[in-house]
Write a protein that binds this ligand. Structure first.
Ligand code: ZN
Length: 189
C-alpha cells in the first residue's frame, strides 16, 4: 500500500507501449501490490482512473472507479472498482461524442476530445479471469482515456481542435460555468 508519484507529460514512460502481463504473474505479489498502489494513488489525487505507466510502471494495467455522489459527474452513472489488464478495444458505435478531458499526467490543462460513444473492452481481471464490458456514453470516454495510457497516447494527441486546450482557471471561468461536461483524472477544485 503506497501512494506513487505520477509521471507528467514529457516523461518518456508515458509514450511507450506498456508491456502485457503474463497471466501467471497477475496473482503474484508485485502485480497485486501495484494494483493496490494504483487505487491508493488514484484516491489520493482525487482521480477517477489511473494507468500503470502514469506511476512509472510500463505494464498493461489500468484502474477505474467513481461514484455518483461525485458532484462533477451528476447523472453519469457509477463504476465500482475495476482492474483492466491486457485490454483490447472494439468500437461498437463509431459515432463520436465530445467531452472535455483532464489528466493527472497533464496537470492544470483541459481540452476537448471526441471518441466513439460505445465500445467493447476485453481484458483480464485482477484474478486473471477473462472478462468483457461494454461501456457507453461518459463511461466509454473514461475507458478510452485510461487505456490510451497503455498504448503511449495522451488526450492532447486527440484534441478535436488544439484551440480547445485551456488552463484550469480559464476552464472554470469560461467553460465550466456554461455547463461543460468533463472527465478528469485531475480534480476540478
Ligand atoms: Zn490520463
Amino acid at each position: 500500500m503506497a501512494i506513487r508519484k505520477v509521471a507528467r507529460m514529457g516523461h518518456p514512460i508515458l509514450r511507450k507501449r506498456a508491456v502485457p502481463i503474463e497471466s501467471n504473474d497477475i496473482l503474484r505479489m508485485p502485480v497485486q501490490n501495484l494494483i493496490s498502489d494504483l487505487f491508493d494513488s488514484m484516491k489520493e489525487y482525487g482521480g477517477i482512473g489511473l494507468a500503470a505507466p502514469q506511476v512509472h510502471e510500463s505494464l498493461q494495467i489500468a484502474v477505474i472507479e467513481f461514484t455518483t455522489d461525485n458532484d462533477r459527474y451528476p447523472n453519469m452513472g457509477a463504476q465500482g472498482p475495476l482492474v483492466l489488464i491486457n485490454p483490447t478495444i472494439e468500437v461498437l458505435d463509431p459515432i463520436l461524442q465530445e467531452f472535455w478531458e483532464g489528466c493527472l499526467s497533464v496537470p492544470e490543462l483541459r481540452g476537448k476530445v471526441a471518441r466513439p460513444r460505445k465500445i467493447r473492452v476485453s481484458y483480464l481481471s485482477e484474478k486473471a479471469q477473462a472478462r468483457t464490458i461494454e461501456p457507453e456514453g461518459f463511461l466509454a470516454t473514461v475507458f478510452q482515456h485510461e487505456l490510451d495510457h497503455l498504448w503511449g497516447n495522451l488526450f492532447v494527441d486527440k484534441l478535436v481542435d488544439s484551440k480547445s486546450l485551456t488552463f484550469m482557471d480559464e476552464f472554470r471561468r469560461f467553460h465550466l460555468s456554461k455547463g461543460a461536461q468533463s472527465i478528469d483524472e485531475e480534480p476540478i477544485e
